[in-house]
Design a protein. Structure first.
Length: 263
């Protein structure tokens, strides 16, 4: 799932044009039939119609109830914490938390920081397969457009804050950072899909949330759209590379391929 149309375009660019657009119960979506030798998986891709956390949660919940996947993924763009990441870097959320709810006291919001974490075994799998210059370069070279010559794509793992506002206030980011030392990024959708995956999970059939986004700005007054295309592409390229490696492994493929029973 993506939050914006341009992020969905980045996903389409990476996974190719061989897809079908369909609609189900009022939801328009794309279906990719991805084949590697004798192995085959189906990927459903869609975007939320409105920006923000609420739309993300509602759209994700509907999608998870319709398709009942094992893996719920969000790619796209995010703002980064300037002291921790660089423009063009990728952030994989080890946990997502909501920064907009809490207690307002003396003009200051004390956030509750409700959060959803990605399972440690998923993070371990990702780190094992992405801690290589080869994969990082693979993400960069496929973009096909001019990039800064000194750009070295780096993949970070850490916390992502989520709220309904577009943030252009560096002091607010620093305030969030002071309460969450592992904070790397902030966006408007991640907690919605992570919460939906958590609440739609059962003991028998958990749904794993995976959020990976590219840092396109630092949520300050210098915020621009210049990095949107690359970050949308790079986050989708990361997903493509990880799935390619997962499908080549017997147990990982069987886990992804598993289809829910109707019982």
């Amino acid at each position: 799932m993506t939050g914006l149309h341009e992020e969905l375009v980045g996903l389409q660019r990476v996974f190719g044009s061989e897809c079908h657009r369909l609609a189900r119960y009022g939801t328009s979506y794309l279906v990719y039939e991805w084949r590697r030798s004798s192995r085959h998986v189906r990927i459903v891709a869609l975007r939320q119609q409105e920006k923000g956390l609420t739309s993300s949660a509602v759209t994700a919940t509907k999608a998870l109830c319709l398709w009942r996947p094992k893996l719920a993924v969000m790619t796209g763009i995010c703002a980064g914490v300037k002291s921790a990441v660089n423009l063009g870097d990728l952030v994989v959320a080890s946990q997502c938390f909501e920064h907009s709810s809490g207690q307002l006291r003396d003009g200051e919001l004390i956030p509750e920081q409700n959060r959803v974490s990605t399972p440690p075994w998923v993070l371990d799998f990702l780190m094992a397969h992405t801690d290589s210059q080869e994969l990082q370069e693979q993400v960069r070279v496929g973009f096909g457009q001019s990039l800064p010559s000194d750009l070295i794509p780096t993949i970070h793992y850490g916390a992502m804050a989520c709220g309904p506002q577009v943030i252009k206030d560096q002091s607010y980011i620093e305030s969030l950072k002071s309460k969450e030392h592992s904070l790397l990024a902030i966006d408007m959708e991640s907690y919605g899909i992570a919460l939906a995956a958590s609440m739609c999970s059962t003991y028998v059939r958990p749904i794993v949330p995976l959020i990976v986004k590219g840092v396109c700005d630092f949520a300050d007054s210098e915020k621009t759209d210049a990095w949107h295309d690359y970050c949308s592409y790079a986050s989708a390229a990361f997903l493509h590379a990880v799935l390619d490696r997962a499908i080549s492994r017997e147990r990982a493929y069987n886990w992804i391929k598993d289809i829910a029973n109707d019982d």
